[in-house]
Design a protein around this ligand. Structure first.
Ligand code: AMP
Ligand code: MG
Length: 400
């Protein structure tokens, strides 16, 4: 049986093979998408020498008194030929008049009619408060690198470079199918031994949170024929990923592994030495030069969401080369039991206490407890060789 690191590596290897398609979107619609090309600056940034403050532009000398001969405000440049004794009022961001080289901040001067005087003890330096043209970036240099996520910081750079439409990578079409005889739709009240299908909703949300395209296929009974037909059908569409839940363990009606094999999915692994989520299946379906990746997640609501977070999420982030901060170290606030050699991913609640992060894990850790899961904001990762942990230990917390 593979351990966690090996299994994740196998998944990443297959994700590396995915050929990401591209599409164009207006800048606003490209938010949170990953840019598919290097963007070079078509102009110098900033495009002209400009003032960093509100003040007075002068030509540097030993003087401490000048004559104000006019003003330049942002967007309203006027040409002035300044003599050494002249000054021009200038606002932040305004283009620096030719023949001036220094801006004195408004706080450092006194104005008396058209006379400008330096306040006592103020020292000025040549070139102060000028943001030179091209200081941020020069024309033809790369402003935004391919594989950068378009967020609030990056989008303004694109706008400054005149990018109206951005070429971004397409989202992964991710089909989600739940399996199980016990499942009923959410608008029905469970009778006897039925439960409302909840997994597809959490996985749908998780796919969406990663800015990919979820496609809910609902749920299907544990019937070999129905399952085979449905899975064949899905694999014939243009989905990139297929995520199923349930039916992948060793129970009498856990048919999925067998069915994947029958329809031509090549198994890459089944079962990983982790808790929860041990029976996870991963396979690859190849057709017409394209590959579809197939994840059979366990049906337990906690296991399916945990395995999504520890396998599929990092693989998608790897594919798009995203530099997401996924984990932080925290001090454990209670003792934790671990008796086996599996890698554990325990639900925890991270809280900041002063300058420290503390994590509490008081959950029952039962894979069936959805409400408990909903309160967690991290998974405490405990590696194979570690056993019981004590309050005060440092632990890695994967943010969820
Ligand atoms: P399985 O992986 O099919 O053995 O299912 C494990 C447990 O998860 C069982 O208790 C199922 O009732 C439950 N389960 C399976 N599928 C779902 C689902 N889609 N939503 C909620 N619970 C599920
Ligand atoms: Mg089942």
């Amino acid at each position: 049986m593979n351990n966690y690191d090996e299994a994740l590596e196998i998944i990443k290897r297959e994700f590396r093979e995915i050929k990401l398609l591209t599409e164009e979107h207006d800048l606003y619609d490209a938010i949170d998408r990953v840019i598919a090309e290097d963007i070079t600056a078509d102009i110098d940034l900033p495009p002209f020498d400009n003032s960093a403050v509100d003040g007075y532009a002068i030509s540097y000398s030993n003087k401490n008194e000048w004559k104000i001969i006019g003003e330049v405000s942002a967007g309203n440049y006027q040409t002035y030929q300044l003599k050494p004794e002249d000054a021009v009022l200038i606002t932040t961001g305004s283009k620096i008049p030719i023949t001036t080289d220094t801006v004195i901040p408004i706080e450092d001067v006194e104005v008396d009619g058209s006379i400008l005087r330096l306040k006592k003890n103020v020292i000025i330096e040549k070139g102060m408060n000028i943001r030179p043209k091209g200081n941020d970036l020069q024309k033809n240099q790369i402003a935004v690198q391919k594989f950068t996520k378009i967020d609030s910081k990056v989008i303004s750079v694109l706008a400054s470079c005149g990018i109206e439409k951005a070429k971004v990578f397409r989202k992964l079409q991710t089909a989600i199918l739940a399996t199980g005889d016990e499942l009923i739709p959410v608008n029905e009240k469970p009778t006897e031994d039925k439960i409302r299908v909840s997994n597809i909703y959490s996985l749908y949300a998780a796919v969406k949170e990663l800015n990919q395209s979820p496609i809910s296929l609902g749920f299907i009974k544990d019937s070999k024929e129905l399952l085979q037909q449905k899975i064949k059908e899905v694999l014939d569409t243009n989905v990139d990923l297929l995520i199923t839940t349930g039916g992948v363990s060793v129970g009498k009606y856990d048919y999925l592994k067998e069915i994947f094999n029958e329809v031509g999915v090549v198994e890459k692994f089944w079962k990983v030495n982790i808790k929860p989520g041990k029976p996870i299946y991963f396979g690859v379906y190849s057709k017409n030069n394209s590959k579809k990746l197939v994840f059979g997640l366990p049906g337990n609501p906690v296991s399916s969401l945990v395995t999504f977070n520890i396998f599929i999420k990092p693989a998608i982030e790897y594919l798009y080369k995203l530099k997401t901060i996924n984990s932080i170290n925290a001090i454990l606030n209670n003792d934790l039991k671990k008796k086996d050699g599996k890698r554990h991913f325990l639900r925890g609640i991270l809280e900041q206490e002063g300058s420290e992060w503390k994590v509490i894990s008081k959950f029952s850790q039962s894979s069936g407890n959805l409400v408990e899961m909903s309160k967690a904001n991290c998974l405490i990762e405990i590696v194979e060789e570690k056993r019981n942990l004590s309050k005060g230990d440092n632990v890695k917390c994967i943010l969820i």
